[in-house]
Design a protein around this ligand. Structure first.
Ligand SMILES: Nc1ncnc2c1ncn2[C@@H]1O[C@H](COP(=O)(O)OP(=O)(O)OP(=O)(O)O)[C@@H](O)[C@H]1O
Ligand SMILES: [Mg+2]
Length: 222
């Protein structure tokens, strides 16, 4: 928790410090003789952006902390996958991604919070789309599959044909604020892990064959 607190302090402090700097700049531009309104306006625009950034960090942390499943309903995991696909449809289409599914029939029900589990799958799908879109090489393919493990767990896998996992970040993928994306917060997978663990499951990532990444999670049955 110490590491997380330090990360949060850092992530929130950065936009706050930037806002203070920009506020000083705005005061300078407006106090000049004659005042430079254009520069002043620009500095205020930066402050708005900084403010949004800070509140986005806080929103994501709230989502992370709210880890206890709010509900404990019997759920059909295939239904949840299909709901997420409907939600992600326009993102899939606009990125030219071909999305396939392999949904096992007659899966036992799992128990939990539908919205939270949708959020997990959606985060994985968005990451997969971003991964396939980050290279111009090869077809952009995404496969979502469900199945049943030998033990009594249901397994969900999201596979992509993107550049695959960076070996240097492997141990940190699920850490809060670990990101390799310019506009990323690095909260998506941390939220996934906290939700899945609160549901009694496990989540992990491996290399896909012949390329790309596979993110899989399990949920206990019954
Ligand atoms: N499908 C994938 N293929 C390759 N790398 C991935 C994939 N999914 C995640 N990663 C790596 O894991 C990092 C963390 O992912 P995570 O979803 O937590 O944060 P993010 O996508 O960077 O930002 P956001 O907070 O918007 O989700 C990514 O920045 C990327 O480096
Ligand atoms: Mg993400």
């Amino acid at each position: 928790m110490g590491q997380l607190a330090a990360s949060i302090a850092h992530e929130v402090n950065q936009p706050l410090a930037a806002a203070v700097t920009n506020a000083h700049a705005a005061l300078r531009w407006l106090g000049a003789q004659p005042p430079d309104l254009e520069e002043g306006r620009q500095a205020l625009g930066y402050i708005i952006k900084d403010g949004h950034r800070a509140s986005e960090v806080i929103d994501r942390i709230r989502a992370l902390i709210k880890k206890a499943p709010a509900r404990d309903d019997p759920l059909d995991i295939n239904e949840i996958v299909l709901e997420v696909i409907a939600l992600a449809r326009s993102e899939v289409l606009s990125n030219g991604v071909s999305l396939q599914t392999q949904l096992a029939s007659a899966l036992p029900l799992v128990h939990g919070d539908r919205i939270q589990l949708q959020q997990v799958i959606l985060n994985l799908v968005v990451n997969a789309i971003e991964a396939t879109s980050s290279t111009s090489e090869g077809a952009r393919e995404l496969l979502i599959s469900t199945g049943r493990d030998a033990s009594d767990v249901v397994l969900v896998a999201v596979r992509d044909s993107g550049p695959g996992l960076d070996p240097e970040g492997l141990g940190r993928l699920f850490d809060a604020f670990y990101t390799t994306k310019a506009g990323g917060l690095g909260m998506g997978l941390a939220i996934c892990r906290s939700i899945i663990e609160a549901h009694g499951g496990r989540i992990w990532a491996t290399a896909n064959v012949p390329r790309g990444a596979v993110f899989q999670f399990t949920l206990p049955v019954g």
